[in-house]
Design a protein around this ligand. Structure first.
Ligand code: PHE
Length: 338
């Protein structure tokens, strides 16, 4: 009797200290296993006098049942704890801080270039890429600006060496295309141009988009229609355009083109400097001499050309008055036009 009580007490005390499923399994083997202490007690029953056997047998069995139940309870508890532990330690913390990766955006200048390109391509123009480093011939002479002609002063050109320069206008692309492709032709030539000019509205590197249409019976009206469509597309359907007489050596007649102010509708505001109009490009009918220089008969073909400043249109659209903002790469500025 004493023995069974002691074994029960020891077993339950020991159970109370067990912390893992592994320890519990060892304990069960040591106590309830084939040669475990309680099993051995059962086996010793045969040495108990026959009249005591039922009583002692019941005591031993009670101990076995109590310890087994305690083991089962603990087993369940430890198993649950093990699962909880695994859930916690395996979990991925989806709230963890990580470096912020910011989303990029198309630069406002490129947005404008792309939009204009889409418009003209949609109207049948091809996109022509012309070199940034150019010869004097393509940038000037073929465009009816001979050496020593005062019209060269209209553009303060960067010369690289004698006869080689950074193109000061995309008009050079007109000549290069007309030399290669016979009319009818419709092209735009967007790209970087360079002039020794530097203030809040001028940058030594800026962007133009040239337009050229050459065909039979092309008139100034065609130019006006083409530019009106373009102006409405960019600045809205209510936009009007006006031509002012101007001078470019490579067009005759030449015009400067204004659009009615998209902001005030022509009443006068800060954007249009109270004039109601915004100047956006230069244009004209391709000068006969330029057509001749490119081997095109001006009595058979006529053309119109225009050149617009992409930076200027971008500035108007973004509402900024310093061209440097387009170059500073200040992400706070760029983000505004994402
Ligand atoms: N190339 C001229 C400039 O840069 C613009 C222009 C292009 C004018 C085509 C007429 C025709 O000022």
């Amino acid at each position: 009797m004493e023995n069974t009580e002691k074994i029960k007490e020891e077993a339950l005390n020991k159970l109370a200290t067990i912390k893992t499923e592994r320890e519990l399994a060892d304990f069960k083997t040591a106590v309830l296993g084939r040669s475990g202490t309680i099993t051995m007690l059962m086996k010793g029953l045969k040495d108990v006098p026959p009249e005591d056997r039922p009583r002692v047998g019941k005591e031993i069995n009670d101990v076995r049942v109590a310890v087994t139940e305690a083991c089962d309870g603990l087993e369940k508890k430890l198993h649950r704890q093990a699962i909880e532990h695994a859930l916690i330690s395996d979990a991925i913390d989806v709230t963890i801080d990580k470096p912020v990766r910011s989303v990029g955006a198309v630069h406002p200048l490129n947005q404008v270039r792309k939009r204009l390109t889409d418009y003209f391509v949609g109207n049948g123009y091809i996109v022509y890429d012309s070199p940034e480093i150019e010869t004097d011939y393509y940038n000037f002479q073929a465009l009816n600006i001979p050496l020593d002609h005062p019209a060269r002063d209209m553009q303060d050109t960067f010369f690289i060496e004698d006869g080689i320069l950074l193109r000061s206008q995309t008009s050079s692309g007109q000549v290069r295309l007309m030399e290669k492709v016979k009319p009818p032709l419709k092209m735009i030539c967007p790209g970087r141009v360079f002039r020794n000019d530097d203030d809040s509205t001028h940058s030594p590197v800026f962007h133009q988009m040239e337009g050229l249409v050459v065909d039979k019976n092309v008139t100034l009206c065609d130019l006006k229609g083409a530019l009106e469509g373009f102006a409405k597309f960019i600045f809205g359907d209510q936009t009007k355009i006006r031509f002012r007489p101007s001078y470019f050596p490579f067009t005759e007649p030449s015009v400067e083109v204004d659009v009615s102010c998209f902001k005030c509708g022509g009443k006068g505001c800060r954007v249009c400097k109270n004039t109601g109009w915004i100047e956006i490009l230069g244009a004209g009918m391709v000068n006969r001499k330029v057509l001749e220089n490119c081997g095109i008969d001006p009595d058979e073909y006529q053309g119109f050309a225009f050149g617009l400043g992409l930076d200027r249109i971008t500035m108007i659209q973004c509402g900024i008055d310093d061209i440097k903002m387009l170059w500073e790469n200040d992400v706070r500025f760029l983000r505004m036009f994402r």
